[in-house]
Design a protein around this ligand. Structure first.
Ligand SMILES: NC(=O)c1ccc[n+]([C@@H]2O[C@H](COP(=O)([O-])OP(=O)(O)OC[C@H]3O[C@@H](n4cnc5c(N)ncnc54)[C@H](O)[C@@H]3O)[C@@H](O)[C@H]2O)c1
Ligand SMILES: O=C(O)[C@H](O)COP(=O)(O)O
Length: 389
């Protein structure tokens, strides 16, 4: 079978080259795709093709993908955890320095200077007092979200001599292991906001984090705090942000998400969503996304889906594999195996695994699988998708 993969956005060739032309038809104009490879292009409001089996996001955030609708159709949505964390960390550190030393506004001032050498020197000496900054050692950085990026930012801030506070009620064991031991864990967002000189956001945009930093949170911050946002624009409530900047509560805002209201404002630095735009991060992300997608399409393996559990089952030579996405409800495995048995097929191996309301089942069988069998399995109440590999 040839799998059709539609690409949206520029996906690094390093990844695409791992999709052999004999098995995969890949490109932006592919119709009736079995899979979509995407970065930040929005799939919200787009029709979901009946042919679609999987979506792979080369990157971390999946807020551009209607994950709940994909889940209802039994379509896994993959992302690439950690693949661009170093790139984002480096830009966040740059952002901290930009804010601490007023670099963007100061550079713009220097850029506007006119006159001969002597005149410029005078203007420089008269103007530089407006851009006095502060140094980092001894200052407190508050990191909201201690995942792949937050941990790296926290650790580098420690090495710069900062005191670091971290807030993440759902930190994973793996990320906790990577965190420098002198990062202080705080148990409420409010505590972090009250104690930090600089606050940096490293959380996903979901319903619960939209507008998380609003009026109340700005009022909790120290006077003259700095906010860094390389996560997603809408996590910060924009009217509240403008008010905090105007009142001086906020000394500066550095973010990766320009908007009409933020553009050209003093003490605001906006970058054009550059966090993951390094050759290294683009390659890492594309390699992970492509490998995960290829393994899913050809073998039913799931690694790093945001809506389905991980699923890996070694496959003996010669078996046919049934892959089913199903609701996580009682008796599903029994119903599937009964129908397989009624088709006269012996089950060689089976995996059933679940995550929340969703489950995933791989059934390896000896013998040929007919279309009629796949259709019978797909018709079981609670089965969201079924295919044979
Ligand atoms: N600017 C860019 O180019 C760029 C690049 C990569 C990622 N991002 C954004 O950064 C986000 C984080 O990326 P990551 O790779 O670190 O993801 P991650 O999944 O490794 O980490 C996110 C962490 O946030 C925590 N979290 C979730 N809600 C929280 C809340 N309300 N309060 C505190 N912690 C909370 C989670 O428990 C998790 O540990 C992405 O979802 C994406 O939106 C932006
Ligand atoms: O969530 C992410 O990984 C980043 O926002 C990167 O987005 P991009 O792939 O569009 O640069």
């Amino acid at each position: 079978m040839t799998f059709r993969i539609r690409t949206l956005n520029a996906i690094s060739q390093a990844g695409l080259s791992r999709l052999s032309a004999t098995t995969f038809d890949v490109g932006p104009d592919v119709v009736n795709p079995h899979a979509i490879l995407v970065r930040s292009a929005s799939l919200h409001g787009q029709p979901i093709p009946a042919s679609l089996m999987a979506v792979a996001r080369a990157g971390a955030g999946t807020n551009n993908i209607p994950v709940a609708e994909m889940s209802k159709r039994g379509i896994p949505v993959f992302n690439t955890p950690g693949s661009n964390a170093n790139a984002v960390k480096e830009l966040v550190v740059a952002g901290i320095f930009l804010a601490a030393r007023n670099i963007v506004d100061a550079a713009a001032f220097a850029h506007r200077l006119e006159g001969d050498h002597e005149t410029m020197e005078k203007l420089v000496e008269a103007g530089k007092k407006n851009y006095v900054g502060f140094e980092l050692p001894g200052r407190t950085l508050g990191v909201i979200g201690l995942g792949a990026i937050g941990v790296e930012v926290a650790n580098v801030a420690i090495s710069l001599g900062m005191k670091v506070l971290g807030y993440d009620p759902a930190i994973t064991v793996e990320h906790a292991w990577r965190l420098a031991s002198n990062v202080e864990r705080v148990i409420s967002l409010d505590q972090l906001l009250r104690r930090s000189d600089i606050i940096t956001l490293h959380i996903p945009l979901v319903d619960g984090t939209r507008g998380l930093i609003g009026d109340t949170q700005f009022r909790s911050m120290k006077n003259s705090a700095v906010l860094i946002n390389f996560a997603r624009g809408p996590i910060v409530d924009e009217p509240a942000l403008i008010e905090a900047l105007d009142s001086g509560q906020l000394r500066g805002y550095v973010c990766d998400f320009p908007t009409p209201l933020l553009n050209k404002r003093p003490r605001v630095v906006t970058l054009p969503h550059l966090g993951a735009s390094t050759r290294e991060a683009e390659e890492n992300s594309a390699l992970m996304a492509v490998d995960q997608l290829r393994e899913y399409l050809t073998d039913g393996t799931i690694r790093n889906a945001v809506n389905f559990p991980n699923a890996q089952l070694a496959r003996a030579a010669g078996v046919r594999r049934l892959a089913l996405a199903n609701a996580n409800v009682p008796n599903m495995v029994a119903r599937i195996s009964t129908i397989v048995g009624e088709a006269g097929l012996n089950i060689a191996d089976l995996l059933n695994t679940s995550r929340g309301e969703l489950a995933y089942t791989l059934v390896d069988v000896n013998g040929e699988v007919t279309d009629a069998l796949v259709q019978r399995l797909a018709a079981i109440d609670g089965v969201l998708s079924a295919r044979v590999l």
